[in-house]
Write a protein that binds this ligand. Structure first.
Ligand code: NAD
Ligand code: DAU
Length: 351
């Protein structure tokens, strides 16, 4: 495969995937297709923008005609599809935006790929990047496996579940060669500060309150974003067609314990007295439909593709905090203008 289009490559995870593919595969042409929404930022991949095997295409996956024309023009052999509306809280206020991008946008890509290769899929691949949230919520025990039934609880996860179903259906109905992964919560450099870890890092730096939803006893399984990019590389090259792989960090944390750890790490790095940042913790109104616990059984990708996380949470979190402290200009740029309006809508009167 030579011509690969990565959608959402200006976003958090996509930028790490684009960087990895551009640097590791000089004989591939890598096209980064992104609409540059509030979450997309070309600064995230500035270091590779001049490489000869990299091209940026500004396009919106909800525009069927534009996507079809681009596929005809470039004849992409491979698609790695990450573009999405990705924030659960935003999906609660504007579900339709999630249907347009996550469902219709995915269908437009599937249709363009199907029409381009017209059944002659030899050596082609469509990789759909999805989330563990499609499985719904776990109780105190158990793990999500690839066989766990879908039971999405938020408009975001419902839209991702729908897109997963369409990918699978195109595999069954049209023989489209797909692979699909469902990953747990990522963290790391370039994470947009609407999500828990980067939001709280930014608020600690600025001495703003840390809005913990509900009682804080919700559990997530955290994976360092570069380890996710490695997993995506492996599945793209070695995964079996029509297969799903779960990807996770083997790293469960209750939100409140994670926030306390983050406060401790940041107090040390900012030269504050231990316990200082914890004083910023404020319990606020819960997220509606809040999933109690996510935890991934990643044994299939581990056994079949020999993938496992390469860093401990301590290493990954230290690296991440250092990155944000050293890139405060990036943080300031992405938290200006429209972000402040979002923040006010989301958090004012939530206490
Ligand atoms: P993100 O919100 O940081 O980035 C999304 C990117 O998609 C942005 O660059 C944005 O400009 C682009 N985009 C949005 N709508 C578009 C459209 N209509 N057309 C073209 N581009 C568009 O998202 P992320 O956190 O990097 O997530 C990437 C993917 O991984 C998503 O599909 C998400 O569901 C999935 N995922 C995320 C996580 C996580 O923890 N962040 C975990 C598992 C799976
Ligand atoms: O599990 C994978 C998913 O992880 C991805 O598919 C999503 O794209 C990604 O956004 C993430 O979803 P979450 O809802 O788990 O992530 P978020 O960072 O929004 O929240 C993590 C936990 O922290 C969750 O239990 C809600 C809580 N939270 C979040 C925010 C933003 C708070 O307590 N306060 C907050 O201000």
């Amino acid at each position: 495969m030579k011509k690969i289009v990565i959608t959402g490559g200006a976003g958090f995870i996509g930028s790490h995937v684009v960087r990895r593919f551009v640097n590791n595969y000089p004989d591939y042409d890598i096209y980064n297709l992104d609409a540059l929404t509030y979450a997309g930022n070309l600064e995230n991949i500035k270091d590779i923008e001049d490489k000869p095997n990299y091209k940026f295409i500004k396009a919106d996956i909800t525009d069927a005609a534009a996507i079809s024309a681009l596929f005809k023009e470039h004849a992409f052999d491979g698609v790695i599809h990450l573009a999405a509306e990705s924030h659960v809280d935003r999906s609660i206020t504007d579900p339709l935006a999630f249907v347009r991008t996550n469902v219709e946008g995915t269908l437009n890509l599937l249709n363009a790929f199907k029409e381009l290769w017209a059944g002659n899929f030899n050596g082609k691949r469509f990789y759909h990047v999805s989330t563990d949230e499609v499985y719904g919520t776990l109780g105190a025990e158990g793990l999500f496996t690839e066989e766990t039934p879908y039971a999405p609880n938020s408009p975001y996860s419902a839209s991702k579940a729908a897109s997963d179903h369409f990918v699978r259906a195109y595999g069954e109905t049209y023989g489209l060669p797909y692979v699909l992964t469902n990953c747990s919560n990522n963290y790391g450099p370039n994470h947009f500060p609407e999500k828990l870890i980067p939001l709280f890092i930014n608020n600690i730096i600025n001495n703003k309150s840390l809005p913990v939803y509900g009682d804080g006893n919700y559990t997530r399984d955290w994976l360092f974003v570069i380890d996710h990019a490695v997993a995506i590389d492996k599945v793209f090259h070695e995964g079996k067609n029509h297969q799903t792989y779960n990807i996770g960090g083997f790293n469960e944390w209750k939100n409140i314990d994670l926030v306390r750890l983050l406060c401790k790490v940041m107090d040390a790095k900012l030269g504050r007295a231990e316990g200082e940042s914890e004083k910023l913790i404020t319990y606020v109104k819960d997220r509606p439909g809040h999933d109690l616990r996510y935890a991934i059984d990643a044994s299939k990708i581990n056994k079949e593709l020999n993938w496992e996380p390469s860093v401990t949470f301590e290493e990954g979190l230290n690296f991440t905090v250092d990155w944000f402290l050293n890139n405060q200009e990036w943080l300031k740029n992405v938290t200006s203008g429209a972000y402040m309006k979002y923040y006010d809508n989301q958090y004012t009167n939530r206490v």
